[in-house]
Design a protein around this ligand. Structure first.
Ligand SMILES: Cc1ncc(C[n+]2csc(CCOP(=O)(O)OP(=O)(O)O)c2C)c(N)n1
Ligand SMILES: [Mg+2]
Length: 644
């Protein structure tokens, strides 16, 4: 049965190809090619599924407008017509995409076919993804590690809906992801009707920065350039182009006459000079300034600038827990918030979305707050991730990274010898607090060192030991690992850490790590991820994508056999209500049966180790898995761990 199905499908494609050849020539010729189909009507291939049979008419030729409509541009006597989606691929190549993460669908079959045959599956190279959420999350992780967006292409309605969760996360993280979604302008088939929409963009409009539907090829080229520029201009974010199947599958008579505009990027918005000077004055005169950074560090340059700012002021730099992008070196003496008794009199927030708590506290005690952020230029959304209104003393609408050079200049101009001496004393105090925090972290890490299940710091410390001579990058977030990666591993390069998910949605870490690892592959870096078992279960299929595309990545599963964050939440709730915590596991743990992630990885074709239950076995498991990763493939180590 399956053989005959295959045969039927092959016949169908052969017929479809012949039908396409018949379209070559003039509009009239294309019309003529229709005629035999209606006069001679052999039986349709019986092996097609009923729904597909309804979709395709006699001779296996599409009955929808899709393949028949689009020949208006073809002129008699013109050069051989070429598919419009080939032109679209030229546009995508000119934009400069290296990869396109896709889950296939007939609404973008034109583009899909052009990418692999006309575009030779390079720039963009298609990445086969088993779920659209994983594809978009891969693009999210990739963009932060590569510094440029990945293209994604999704099927109309269904694919876009599946991707929407990850697009929301990219939006909340202010990260560019470029989405193309297909649909039919005039759907007539039973399948393509629900995959089409009057306004496709409206499905995700609330959490993409820009969306457009190009109705002509010229507009497609312009919309592509525009969307890319908008995605990359701070505040950055995902963008969406809807492209009808009709437009993709239309034929163009004379490709050479069609122009593709240049990609011209916009320089990021910079803080206004007078306001920056005012900020510099406040910072120089402060006794205990604090620099807080969140969605900061679009490029590695921000790393150097932040070090320069901190060193110039001798002020502590607080990286604020769950934030994103490249950060500040975690073992720098000014890393941290200055110690317990360091109360900031001026707090500078750089790309900090919500400074309401700091602003309120400062106003109550005569202190000052400054916010420099492209967030002040941010667009609307139904989603309240901007938090509460912050009545800071100085709000500067400009990109943090782009504003730093002028801020540092202004600070330098104002520094007197007296202030310099005060700064030096402050720097020593902050450095001493940092040293203390480091010692405390090492002491804390010793608790339960030999415990089984394995303690989280031991899981990280053993990993740190194994990669100490590698050029490594942590590509997962820190949300559920108590920040042990940053405390026990020297984050001394901008790419050492790729940030958290942005929208606190589970299911980001695993696919985003695969995307970031792809970016690091080019640079020859060793990618490391520590992901929750809960997170992995949202998109396990991405393990196959990593194995198939040979993306080197060590994936450590922090397997506490639970949504432990939620266990704690229910424990607290039950405690508040005086009902005890003995039933808090219900709805929150996955122990009966337990899940074997090493077997799961093997089934997807990935090397794996584990489950590792005893700390003594960890080093060997890491070594064997890392040998695979260093040789260019992904590997998973399933670590049975303490909850936190
Ligand atoms: C999509 C989504 N669903 C549910 C939640 C609520 N939630 C927050 S943390 C968490 C558990 C995460 O589990 P895991 O990744 O295993 O980390 P753990 O807390 O066990 O260390 C859940 C379900 C969420 N944030 N996102
Ligand atoms: Mg868990």
């Amino acid at each position: 049965m399956s053989n005959s199905t295959e045969l039927g499908r092959r016949d169908f494609f052969k017929n479809a190809a012949l039908g396409a050849a018949g379209l070559v020539g003039t509009t009239a010729a294309a019309g003529a090619a229709e005629t035999p189909a209606s006069t001679s009507t052999p039986a349709p291939p019986s092996v097609l599924m009923p729904t597909e049979a309804q979709e395709f008419g006699p001779l296996g030729r599409p009955t929808t407008a899709t393949a028949q409509a689009p020949v208006a541009a073809v002129q008699a006597g013109a050069a051989a017509p070429t598919p419009a989606s080939d032109f679209m691929v030229d546009v995508l190549k000119k934009i400069g995409f290296d990869y396109a993460a896709i889950n296939p669908g007939s609404t973008f079959q034109g583009l899909h076919e052009s990418c692999i045959n006309y575009g030779q599956n390079t720039a963009p190279e298609l990445l086969t993804c088993l779920h659209e959420e994983a594809a978009a999350a891969m693009a999210h992780g990739y963009a932060k590690a590569a510094g440029k967006p990945m293209l994604t292409m999704f099927h109309g309605t269904v694919g876009l809906l599946h991707s929407s969760m990850a697009l929301f996360q990219a939006w909340a993280d202010r990260v560019p992801v470029f989405v193309i979604v297909g649909h039919h302008r005039n759907p007539s088939g039973v399948i393509n009707r629900p995959h089409s929409a009057q306004d496709m963009g409206s499905i995700v409009r609330d959490f993409v920065k820009f969306d457009d539907e190009a109705t002509t090829l010229e507009r497609f080229a312009e919309a592509g350039m525009r969307a890319y520029r908008i995605a990359m201009t701070p505040p950055m974010g995902p963008v969406l182009l809807t492209v009808s199947a009709e437009l993709q599958e239309s034929m163009i008579a004379n490709r050479t006459s069609m122009r593709i505009p240049e990609l011209v990027m916009a320089s990021p918005p910079q803080g206004e000079t007078g306001a920056v000077r005012e900020a510099a004055k406040l910072l120089v005169n402060a006794e205990t300034p604090l620099i807080q950074i969140a969605k900061m560090g679009r490029t590695p340059r921000a790393w150097d600038l932040l070090i320069e700012l901190a060193d110039t002021l001798q002020a502590p730099v607080d990286v604020m827990g769950y934030s994103s992008w490249q950060k500040f070196p975690s073992w720098h003496p000014l890393y941290g918030s200055g110690g317990r008794d360091y109360t900031p009199d001026v707090t500078l927030g750089l790309e900090v979305t919500d400074m309401s708590v700091q602003a309120r506290a400062a106003r109550a005690s005569g202190k000052k707050t400054i916010s420099i952020s492209a967030e002040h230029l941010f667009q609307h959304s139904n989603i309240h991730d901007y938090g509460r209104y912050a009545d800071v003393d100085l709000a500067i609408g400009g990109d943090g990274e782009a504003t730093l050079p002028s801020l540092i200049d202004e600070i330098r101009k104002l520094i007197t010898p007296d202030r310099k001496a005060a700064f030096a004393a402050r720097g020593q105090r902050v450095a001493a607090a940092h040293k203390q925090a480091q010692i405390a972290a090492i002491q804390d890490a010793r608790h339960g060192w030999d415990a089984s299940p394995i303690s989280v710091p031991r899981m990280i410390a053993e990993l740190a030991e194994q990669v100490k001579n590698d050029d490594w990058a942590v590509v997962s977030g820190h949300q559920f690992t108590g920040d042990w990666q940053r405390r026990l591993m020297n984050h001394d390069k901008p790419y050492r850490y790729n940030g958290d998910c942005g929208g606190f949605g589970i299911g980001y870490d695993t696919p985003a790590s695969v995307g970031a690892a792809l970016a690091h592959k080019k640079a020859g870096r060793l990618s490391l991820a520590v992901v929750g078992d809960g997170d992995l279960n949202f998109s396990p299929g991405v393990l196959w994508t990593a194995a198939h595309h040979k993306i080197p990545l060590l994936l450590v599963v922090h397997n506490n056999r639970a949504y432990h964050a939620e266990v704690m939440i229910i424990q607290r709730m039950a405690g508040q209500r005086g009902r005890g915590s003995s039933r808090s596991h219900i709805g929150n743990v996955f122990t009966d049966p337990t899940i074997n992630y090493a077997s799961l990885a093997k089934s997807y074709g990935m090397y794996s180790e584990g489950p590792v239950e005893h700390p003594r076995d960890l080093a060997g498991a890491y070594q064997r898995a890392l040998a695979k990763v260093r040789a260019g493939e992904p590997a998973l180590v399933d670590v049975i761990s303490q909850p936190r």
